[in-house]
Ligand binder design. Structure first.
Ligand code: SAH
Length: 353
């Protein structure tokens, strides 16, 4: 019999499980708090639960934990990258960034990715599998255990396409927001997507108060489809319409992510096309000089071209910021640490043969 992934169960589902084990209903809250608030690392810590119950749970449930394989601290700023191992041996990475207003964490939603963006390291080896709600939660919980601090912001912008793992993502969010657990503020969560139109509309209807970030990277279909294969499936007009719908429905301003690549999408003409696309929208543009990925051959804008691009948007009354680059010395760009680790492991294995 397959074990139940207990950390992925909502409070209601947990009550049903305990009912089936003939336990009183108040135990569900106790158990939920041990898992999601006190961040217990196993059933044995749950000392106010009867021993027989703990033994029963041990038998029928899987208690998801992550093994911390590597912790890389950046020299330049307060950024730390974590390489975690899942119970099946797969690797994922998460990044913690400290700001004056608190700590943010960038978590992965999949092991690998199948979206194929040309500039991204996460997708080089394709998708291995979706992460479960409990594995996504554990990225947060494990960092909170290590730092002994509550995290203030969660961005789902690490490896993977969160909307390609929709059901698990939504279950993860419900668990994160549960009052009896982390009681996390919905406004402090951002989900980044390459633009899966149907799922953006679906997410708008979930009635969450979270921010949607759309990875735009180009103002025209012709250029976007050179950078992002997903653009062949959904034209920009549909993607933008879905984002407008998200804003109308939730009242949350959409963030457009724009990674600048030298000579590809950073020219003044392209900046003006971007103005045309976004003019009059209550939105925000985040400019990110591309993080060079060895296998990809793209480089960030030269000289002050990032600033030049920003000025054109500003002059046209578009809210824009240049994202502070953090942790480039520790491979903080999407999927770089995981990729390097996997390549080294493969090399080592190859050497043994
Ligand atoms: N799949 C989601 C979330 C993961 S990627 C998405 O596409 O939004 C998180 C962000 O980093 C996206 O905006 C992505 O386009 C961007 N990104 C990926 N590789 C990058 C790189 N090498 N340099 C700068 N940004 C990158």
């Amino acid at each position: 019999m397959e074990k139940i992934d207990i950390k992925s169960l909502t409070l209601i589902q947990l009550s049903e499980l305990l009912e089936s084990l003939k336990e009183p209903s108040f135990r569900a809250v106790q158990l939920f708090e041990w898992i999601h608030k006190k961040l217990a690392s196993g059933f044995e810590e749950m000392t106010n639960l009867p021993k027989t119950l703990r033994e029963n749970l041990e038998k029928c449930c899987e208690y998801t934990t992550l093994k911390t394989v590597q912790e890389l601290h950046s020299k330049n700023d307060d950024t730390c990258k974590y390489l975690f191992q899942l119970s099946d041996g797969n690797m994922i990475e998460s990044v913690r960034m400290s700001y004056h207003h608190g700590d943010s964490v960038c978590i992965s939603s999949q092991a690998g990715c199948r979206m194929g963006c040309r500039f991204c390291a996460s997708t080089l080896d394709g998708l291995t599998r979706n992460l479960t709600p409990s594995e996504m939660l554990e990225e947060i919980y494990q960092i909170e255990r290590i730092t002994q601090k509550r995290l203030n912001n969660v961005v789902i912008m690490g490896t993977g396409e969160p909307l390609d793992n929709y059901e698990n993502l939504v279950q993860f969010l419900h668990l994160l927001f549960e009052e009896r657990g982390q009681n996390f503020s919905q406004r402090s969560v951002t989900i980044s997507t390459c633009g899966l139109v149907e799922q953006i509309k679906r997410l708008a209807q979930e009635d969450f108060n979270i921010t949607l970030a759309l990875s735009l990277h180009a103002p025209t279909d012709a250029l976007r489809s050179q950078l992002m294969p997903i653009a062949n499936q959904y034209p920009l007009s549909e993607v933008i319409k879905a984002c407008d719908y998200y804003y109308e429905r939730t009242g949350r301003r959409v963030s457009y992510e724009y990674s600048l690549i030298d000579g590809v999408n950073d020219t003044p003409i392209i900046a003006k096309q971007l103005v045309q696309l976004l003019r009059g929208k209550n939105c925000h543009v985040n400019l990110i000089p591309i993080n060079p990925v060895k296998e990809r051959g793209f480089t960030p804008p030269k000289g002050n071209n990032t600033q030049r691009f920003k000025n054109i948007l500003e002059k046209n009354k578009i809210n824009v910021t240049i994202r502070r680059e953090m942790g480039t010395d520790i491979d903080a760009a999407c999927g770089q640490l995981r990729k390097r680790y996997m390549d080294q492991t493969i090399k080592k294995k190859g050497g043994e043969l």
